[in-house]
Ligand binder design. Structure first.
Ligand code: NAP
Length: 290
């Protein structure tokens, strides 16, 4: 049976370290602080906001929610971003996306200061992924996949990682992070020919398609490590990933579950970035990922 890569253990280890770092900041009179920017009151945004706020509070990170009505226009959102950028008490900002359709997402991503872009959505953060230098942060979900693999000691150097998905939010950033760590990466999408055969060539298979049950036994072989990023609702109404877990666990070496895998680590990465941003302001070395 495959080893189950539980996100909870990773999150607990990260939380222990982050609490110490927040305490070191507190001794200097600095409270790391996150602004969550929410437009409207969409249920999943509210749920994410509550979960993030709870996690932050437990680590000594202050949170304030900047809310705008659901019919706010782009100018109103940009004005809110300007206030956050100018507020020295705030170290990181998380705009909850997708933003309502009338708002120009590109302008929002451009406007947020790279120093506060803790979910890695802006052009400077993406440039940093490409160049390995400059300001900004890695997108939290992509970074969470690496945290999970690192915690469980999965070697990356020289290994073939196949990623299902090419989104700017998850898959492409993850591909760059894996290349930076000396993996050989193949990115797949809906036009990829013979996806199962390609996936079977992977040492590390990451699925971020958002398709329940896409990855079945035909995509897998013994020896693989599988990271399931997908968050879907099954026809039975249950939360599930992209991978048919019950098939995969009898074939591969290790697999992350959904729920309880990557998703449990993502908020911790957000917290880590807020603390890192606060440390940068204080001139403290952060010792975290690039
Ligand atoms: P997205 O923008 O919809 O991208 C999905 C990607 O998967 C696309 O590139 C698409 O290819 C590809 N794809 C879809 N079906 C496919 C198929 N049958 N065969 C091959 N490729 C296929 O989604 P996303 O924002 O990257 O998110 C991916 C998943 O991760 C979602 O389930 C989302 O809910 C989840 N997620 C989880 C977390 C977390 O913390 N755990 C965070 C963010 C997102 P094309 O480009 O050709 O369309």
């Amino acid at each position: 049976m495959a080893k189950v890569l539980e996100g909870k253990a990773v999150a607990a280890a990260m939380a222990g370290q982050l609490r110490l770092r927040a305490e070191a900041l507190a001794r200097r009179g600095v409270e790391p602080r996150l602004a969550i920017l929410r437009v409207g009151d969409n249920g999943s945004d509210l749920a994410y906001e509550r979960a993030a706020a709870k996690r932050c509070a437990a680590l000594g990170i202050g949170v304030e929610t900047v809310t705008l009505p659901g019919d706010a226009d782009t100018q109103a959102v940009l004005a809110a971003i300007d206030r956050v950028n100018a507020d020295e008490r705030i170290h990181g900002c998380l705009p909850l996306r997708p933003l309502p359709g009338a708002i120009d997402d590109g302008s929002v991503r451009q406007r947020l200061s790279a120093r506060k872009d803790v979910d890695g959505i802006g052009p400077a953060s993406l440039a940093r992924l490409f160049t390995g230098s400059g300001e900004g942060f890695s997108p939290c979900t992509a970074q969470a996949c690496l945290e999970l693999l690192d915690y469980y000691g999965v070697g990356l150097r020289g290994r073939h990682a196949v990623i299902i998905g090419r989104s700017l939010v998850v898959s492409r950033p993850l591909a760059l992070l894996l290349v930076e760590r000396d993996a050989t990466v193949t990115i797949c999408h809906t036009k990829t020919v013979d996806l199962p055969a390609l996936c079977r060539t992977a040492d590390i298979l990451v699925s971020a398609a958002g398709k329940a049950g896409l990855v079945d036994a035909s995509y897998l072989r013994p020896g693989q490590v599988v990271v399931d990023v997908g968050v879907n609702v099954s026809p039975e109404g249950k939360l599930c990933g992209d991978v048919r877990f019950e098939q995969a666990e009898t074939i591969v070496d290790a697999i992350s579950p959904v729920p309880g895998g990557v998703g449990s680590v993502t908020t911790l990465v957000l917290c880590k970035h807020v603390i890192q941003a606060a440390e940068a302001v204080c001139g403290l070395p952060d010792g975290t990922e690039r």
